[in-house]
Design a protein around this ligand. Structure first.
Ligand code: CAA
Length: 520
């Protein structure tokens, strides 16, 4: 049976986007919304998105009209009687979802598939509210739905074999890439993305780093398409909080504890882009993703720098770069200079080296997570003793070297490693748990969250040994169990083995774990 007619229940931002995706693929869409104002708003979102596509030359005006005509606002659930698939896209509240599924189960034909776009709630618990749980699946889209290519197809122990296959086929027909997953909190992408966003919020809230520095560390430092704070606003802080609560209930531990800031902003109604206010203010919707970086404008670059390092390649290339930029370099802290620069190794704090210079006020660490390539991030590490002038001079120096300064406190991992290493560890833990393969994780994060490289591709690039060493020292020095490295990472580091093409985790475990089978 090919799915041709669908019902979309709930026309918020995601529902409107999903309705658009179906209609653009030539399918008839019954749009169901309890609240007439929400229906009008959802149709407005759809119209704006289609008009934007016309203005960018990706659709003609007649095509826009045809697509729009395929979306029919419904008077009630009864209009879904003849659809092949109904997808629920309402807020993350189990009671509401279970009511909707009981209603769809009653009105839809027995052959229809019932899907939920839940981001984290148990699809099994939703299915159990119906008389035919074998036809209930998760069909999880990513925001913005018209752009992101991933669809997670979630099966439960109750799902029959046909619905997931039909939904995966449908996903391909509408230009998406399906990844089949079992029913576990957050599935693949949210279970990895959300703790990373929450961690960034905690770094902001505790004053570890500024908003602009956190965003720049993620975009220029890690290469992600958006900073975590802007992305949390895009998803909606209330949604981020709801997902974190589900993850905390399922997995526990500090990594999954929602940042208090998330609760406060949600309680204040400052839920992000959709509310016009969240981590950022959104006075101008065209300007929403803009963020200033932490580079010091107007500070003088130094003429003479004292460079202190451990005699490694990083120090040597930094010395060459400074000389090429016309800066005098001395290696003796007793000699006069405008700045003392500690070439930081990445995981060790710079304070011991700073104190050894005898000039703690003038001394600042510099860490280059991606080397000296033009436009790369340079972490400027000020200690509690560094003067403001020294930090600003170091930032001006990085600009002169063609780098982008990110200010980091003198904590192991600095800022880029603090954001990235626990995120990669979460991905390794997911594979270690036997929930997904490295390839599926990489696909999910690239197609669902726009990552240019998946977590395992990044891990292989950075090296399992480096990430392990970073996590170990973060765990030892900061004591947060969220940084404890997973065993599988240590194994790969010991074996000097990358994750691409590695045998699946759990190989060698008993294969007859019947309860883990996703479909029957
Ligand atoms: N609706 C429709 N189209 C949109 C859009 C929207 N809301 N936002 C952007 N686009 C389109 C634009 O029209 C543009 O297409 P054209 O070039 O053909 O005109 C294209 O997407 C790129 O947009 P921009 O040039 O404006 O901006 P960009 O290049 O910075 O990309 C982005 C924007 C696609 C959002 C990119 O920043 C990105 O991939 N960010 C990551 C988003 C992400 O992680 N999403 C997943 C969140 S988690 C989730 O959703 C699951 C959950 O359950 C919580």
């Amino acid at each position: 049976m090919e799915i041709r007619e669908v019902a979309v229940v709930g026309l918020g931002t995601m529902g409107a986007g999903i309705a658009e995706v179906f209609a653009r693929a030539g399918m008839g869409v019954v749009a169901i919304e309890a609240d007439p104002r929400a229906m009008a708003h959802g149709l407005g979102v759809l119209d704006a998105s289609l008009s934007r596509a016309v203005s960018r030359g990706r659709l003609t005006a007649p095509e826009q009209a045809e697509i729009r005509a395929r979306v029919r606002p419904a008077a009630g659930f009864g209009d879904a009687a003849a659809v092949d698939l109904a997808i629920e896209v309402v807020p993350e509240r189990m009671e509401i979802k279970r009511q909707i599924f009981a209603e769809l189960d009653r009105v839809c034909s027995p052959d229809a598939i019932l899907a939920t776009n839940t981001s984290s709630l148990s699809v099994t618990a939703i299915a159990a509210a119906t008389r035919h749980p074998d036809r209930v699946v998760g069909m999880h889209f990513f925001n913005p739905a018209p752009v992101m290519r991933l669809v997670e197809v979630v099966t439960t122990v109750l799902t029959a074999s046909h619905p997931p296959a039909a939904v995966a086929d449908l996903a391909r027909r509408i230009g998406k890439e399906p990844v089949q997953v079992g029913d576990r909190a957050g599935f693949v992408a949210n279970a990895l993305l959300l703790p990373y966003l929450n961690h960034a919020l905690r770094l902001l809230e505790t004053g570890y780093a500024s908003r602009a520095d956190i965003e720049l560390a993620a975009t220029a430092g890690i290469g992600l398409p958006m900073g975590p704070l802007a992305l949390a606003d895009l998803i909606g802080l209330d949604t981020v909080l709801a997902i974190m609560e589900v993850l905390r209930d399922e997995f526990g531990g500090t990594r999954y504890t929602p940042a208090p800031l998330l609760r406060r902003l949600t309680a204040a109604g400052s839920t992000g882009r959709k509310a016009g206010r969240g981590i950022y203010d959104y006075p101008d919707p065209d300007d929403v993703l803009q963020t200033q970086d932490g580079n010091a404008a107007g500070s003088p670059s130094p003429d003479t720098v004292t460079l202190i390092g451990s005699g490694d390649d990083v120090e040597a290339s930094l010395a060459t770069a400074l000389a090429t930029a016309g800066i005098n370099v001395t290696r003796n802290a007793a000699h006069p200079s405008d700045l003392v620069l500690i070439a930081a190794s990445g995981v060790q704090r710079v304070l011991p080296a700073v104190m050894a210079t005898g000039r703690p006020k003038d001394a600042v660490g510099l860490h280059l997570p991606n080397g000296l390539t033009e436009g790369s991030v340079a972490e400027v590490v000020a200690t509690g003793f560094s003067s403001r002038h020294a930090a600003q001079t170091a930032a001006a120096l990085t600009t002169r070297l063609g780098l982008r300064a990110v200010r980091s406190p003198d904590r192991t991992g600095f800022l880029v490693g603090t954001l990235l290493y626990p995120h990669l560890a979460d991905a390794v833990r997911m594979v270690q748990d036997g929930y997904a393969s490295p390839a599926d994780v990489d696909t999910a994060m690239k197609l669902g969250c726009g990552y240019p490289s998946g977590p395992f591709e990044m891990l292989d690039h950075v090296g399992a040994g480096t990430v392990l060493a970073g996590l170990q020292i973060m765990f030892l020095s900061q004591g947060d169990p969220a940084f404890a490295p997973p065993l599988l990472l240590a194994e790969h580091a010991t074996a000097a083995l990358g994750f691409a093409g590695a045998p699946p985790a759990g190989a060698g475990l008993p294969a007859d774990r019947g309860w883990a089978e996703p479909a029957r």
